[in-house]
Write a protein that binds this ligand. Sequence first.
Ligand SMILES: [Zn+2]
Length: 127
Amino acid sequence: MSNANLRMCESPECSKWFTPKNDGGKCCCIKCKNRKNYLFASLEYFWEFVCTSQRKKNYKVLEYLLSINRIKVTRELLELMGFDFCVCFAPLLSQEGDHYYRFGNSLLKQISEDEFEIKYYDYEKIY
Ligand SMILES: [Zn+2]
């Protein structure tokens, strides 16, 4: 058996020599392939990674406040709890003309400059 087909795994955390199963094989195993793709995406699409992570924190904050029946909240409280307004997507517009920011299964409605209302997302309703 020849070693002519040997390649070095392209995962920056591996660099093991292996024989690829096909011409396009760049990594020694699926774990290395996934890790290589994850590391590439986390550098190339850094902003999206930060956003996704922060949006998760945001919906956890809103779901916690809903779980303790805290419906009306201030901007200051949200920010103290780690909520970040920079990762809001464009708001949903309800039939009543209200703007809602969606995070997970929660909706955040701005009442005034500093006041917000939280409610669960209603899958039956058309926004
Ligand atoms: Zn590898």
